[in-house]
Every structure is written in structure tokens, then in C-alpha cells.
Design a binder for this molecule. Structure first.
Ligand code: CA
Length: 243
């Protein structure tokens, strides 16, 4: 696989931030400041990953992404988007983006998301090559959880969870419809000797919930006041399964 990274971004400060930090990680980077040229590069060269701004002069990021996927280019794409632009994010993911980063972003987030997207795309290549088999998967509605790899696939898209978010989700998903107390989650996910308090559980559930609600409605984490949480799976029609 190529180690080249393409950055399609018209804001020099953002382009520099991405370029500088990925270069330090050993990637070769190319920056293009408009959509049409970016599309041309992406169609004709081999990249490990493409960073794509949405608001670009000429052809915007959505069009670039759509044309890429229509032409069968499967290079992983991370969208660079402004904060509070949830609709943009949803549209981008529907068009086949692999992940998104909201501006302004920190170096740690940039590198973590880049590494996660690359790991997934390499896993998929391995799967396509047929060398991987027999892995465990939990399926609930639109949600698929791969416990061995800490990966979650939701309504046709991979979603990126922090390790603790993943462990909370896994514990709830193995017990759908059952009320799990905060104490249980604390003990299982953080350990008996953790001193961070139950607020930590709530913060992680809240963040997890946002990620789950981004593009589907069939899996929900309900709060049971004063007790804890339970994961509910419903059919698209709205009826609820309490397995
Ligand atoms: Ca822009």
C-alpha cells in the first residue's frame, strides 16, 4: 500500500497542520487547493488516505467524494469539516467517507483518526484477500460489533469509538434490553479500583450515544434514572424488541 497522503484543502493553515504532522509520522504528503484538481490526483494516483475539505473553490468536497466513489476509487477519505456541521458529516458519510474531523482539531485527534482509518482499510484488504475468517461478530439492528478488533460498523459505515466507549457498548450489547447499573459498568470497564466516579460512566455513555445516533435509529441506549442504562434494539417501523 502507498504511504502517500493527499490533502484537498484550500485553507493554508489547515493544510500545513495536516502536512507537517503526517510528515513527522513518515507519510509523503501532497496538497491541492481546489476540488477539480484534487479529484484528478485522487483518480490517477495511489494514496493511502485522502483528507477532503468540504467547502472548496469550484467543485466542492461532496462532489469530489461522489465522483470518486462512482468511479470505483476506494481510497479511504477523511472529511475535514467545520464544527456544528452535523448534516454535512451525515451527507459525507452517506457518500462514502470513512471518517471526519471537525475543525479546529488537535494533532492527537488527527493522528489517531488517521491510524484508525488506515488500520480498517488494511483489515478490509486482508478480508478481501480471504485470509481472515471465523471472527466473532455481534449484530443488533444496523449495528455490528467486532469484539476481537474493537471495531463497530453501523448502518453501512465504520464508526470510531474510544476504547472505553467500545467496552461500554460491548457490555451493553451483549445484554440487550437488560438494565445495567452504573456500578456494573464501572467495575467491568474501569475496574474495581478506579476512583474516577460514576460521572465518568455518564460522560462515556453520552459520547457513545451521539456517535450511535449519527446515522441510524434502531439501536438506542436508554437511561434508567438513578440506576443505569440499557441498550434497546427497535425495528425501523418503531416497534421495540426487548430480547
Ligand atoms: Ca475550505
Amino acid at each position: 500500500m502507498s504511504d502517500k497522503v493527499l490533502i484537498i484543502e484550500d485553507e493554508p493553515t489547515i493544510a500545513r497542520l495536516v502536512t507537517y504532522n503526517l510528515s513527522l509520522e513518515g507519510y509523503e504528503t501532497e496538497v491541492v487547493g481546489n476540488g477539480a484538481e484534487g479529484l484528478h490526483h485522487a483518480m490517477h494516483e495511489d494514496y493511502a488516505i485522502i483528507f477532503l475539505d468540504l467547502m472548496l473553490p469550484g467543485m466542492n468536497g461532496f462532489e469530489v467524494l461522489q465522483k470518486l466513489r462512482q468511479n470505483g476509487v476506494k481510497t479511504p477519505v477523511i472529511i475535514l469539516t467545520a464544527r456544528n456541521a452535523e448534516e454535512e458529516v451525515v451527507q459525507g458519510l452517506k457518500l462514502g467517507a470513512d471518517d471526519y474531523i471537525t475543525k479546529p482539531f488537535g494533532v492527537a485527534e488527527l493522528l489517531a483518526r488517521t491510524a484508525a482509518v488506515l488500520r480498517r482499510s488494511r483489515n478490509e484488504e486482508t478480508k478481501e484477500a480471504g485470509t481472515e475468517s471465523g471472527e466473532r461478530v455481534i449484530t443488533l439492528g444496523d449495528l455490528q460489533i467486532y469484539p476481537d478488533k474493537y471495531e463497530v460498523f453501523l448502518n453501512g459505515q465504520w464508526i470510531t469509538l474510544r476504547p472505553k466507549e467500545f467496552e461500554v457498548l460491548l457490555y451493553l450489547a451483549e445484554r440487550p434490553g437488560i438494565v445495567i447499573t452504573r456500578d456494573d459498568l464501572m467495575n467491568v470497564v474501569w475496574g474495581f479500583d478506579y476512583i474516577g466516579g460514576q460521572r465518568t460512566v455518564d460522560v462515556h455513555v453520552s459520547s457513545l450515544r451521539k456517535k450511535l445516533e449519527l446515522n441510524q435509529q434502531t439501536v438506542q441506549i436508554e437511561s434508567i434514572r438513578g440506576v443505569g442504562y440499557k441498550l434497546m434494539v427497535s425495528r425501523k417501523s418503531g416497534s421495540t424488541l426487548t430480547k
